[in-house]
Design a protein around this ligand. Structure first.
Ligand code: APR
Length: 336
């Protein structure tokens, strides 16, 4: 158990995180930061005065606090509109930013299209972490995932083990869920890794997909696997299209918590995470999805997989996409 975990952004994912941190007894205190609702200077003064008194962070913290006796948990919950709730956090989980939302015609933006708006939010996030918990381990969830982690790195320059993005655990969980369903076996039997960027070019690694230690091809034919891998690449969008109001929030929160637990309990668990590569997989200076050992020091070691020629080519394509978005992020950062 940690003394304190900070959660940045108290929306859908942030809410599940705080509630689960309390349930799982991961910290004695949780600090939740969210500036919402924002005051609109164009509104009449009476309306602005009302909004100034409202707070998603304080409201959600109070809601969960009032339920603690029911679930028999003792945890201090601090919600603030500014970043002071992060003071002293040993681990922060960043969810700040807008999610993808279905448009009225049913289409929805790519994660990359969130860059301009979420980059500005991330600059505030970096400022808050630097001011209130500069030594904290950081798990970032906001999209576009790889470019937002890259931005946090540019602004905070933490040791590379202390900054990690959550996408691979979720993308791999989606792959595993679909495989387990098709093979009609327990999800506990399915192991798989999805590599690369958290975009539609992500790489479900079939050679890593095992059911109870056996190659997945023993259970599913090639067409079924291809269909599952294509669905995995677009699984985030499938949920966005169905929900209408936003994007997946329970599975991303659970995925980030699997990473948090690996760190908090020094499990040295091998998980696919967005980590800084310095030569591994032939990539230098980019954050991208790869398997890594997560333990008390965060990213303890990146694990290099033996990929087939086809998987290597798919990984290179995905990395090229990440590099392009990070280049755009770098150019925007230079003007902000
Ligand atoms: N600092 C802190 N929080 C902020 C800031 C900021 N500068 N700007 C916005 N927020 C808050 C919003 O007020 C909102 O409550 O971030 C919260 C985001 O919550 P949701 O809109 O409910 O989005 P959620 O589904 O939780 O997704 C958060 O994770 O998966 C990604 O694409 C998703 O980028 C999105 C992020």
């Amino acid at each position: 158990m940690l003394e304190k975990i900070g959660v940045i952004g108290g929306g859908f994912i942030g809410g599940v995180l705080v509630q689960e941190i309390a349930q799982r007894r991961l910290a004695r205190e949780v600090g939740l930061v969210d500036p919402a609702p924002m005051v609109n200077p164009a509104d009449p003064e009476e309306r602005q005065a009302v909004v100034r008194r409202q707070s998603v962070a304080i409201g959600k913290s109070l809601d969960i606090f009032e339920g603690l006796p029911v679930v028999s948990r003792d945890v201090r919950l601090v919600g603030t509109k500014d970043y002071s709730a992060l003071a002293g956090a040993e681990l922060v989980i960043n969810t700040a930013g807008v999610p993808r939302k279905a448009r009225p015609d049913g289409t929805f933006p790519s994660r990359e299209e969130l860059l301009a708006i979420n980059l500005k939010v991330t600059i505030e996030v970096a400022r808050g972490i630097a001011q209130f918990c500069p030594e904290a381990m950081i798990i970032s969830i906001a999209n576009p995932l790889d470019a937002i982690v890259f931005t946090l790195d540019k602004r905070l320059a933490p040791p590379k083990n202390r900054l990690v993005g959550m996408a691979g655990v979720l993308d791999s969980a989606r792959y595993r869920a679909f495989v387990a369903e098709a093979a009609n076996v327990s999800v506990e039997n399915v192991n798989a890794i999805v590599l690369g960027g958290h975009g539609d070019d992500m790489v479900p690694v079939r050679s890593s997909c095992l059911i109870a230690g056996l190659p997945v091809e023993r259970f599913l034919d090639a067409d079924t696997l291809l269909r599952i891998e294509n669905r995995t690449r677009k699984a985030g969008g499938e949920v966005v299209g169905l929900l209408g109001f936003g994007s997946a929030f329970v599975s991303p929160a659970w995925s980030a918590l699997e990473m948090a637990e690996a760190i908090i309990f020094d499990k040295r668990k091998i998980l696919p995470v967005c980590a800084k590569l310095e030569g591994e997989y032939g990539v230098d200076g980019l954050f991208c999805g790869v398997p890594a050992i997560l333990g008390r020091n965060g990213v303890e070691q990146v694990i290099e997989l033996d990929l087939t020629a086809e998987e290597k080519a798919a990984f290179a394509k995905s990395v090229a996409g990440v590099a392009k978005t990070c280049e755009e992020a770098g150019a925007m950062l230079a003007t902000l």
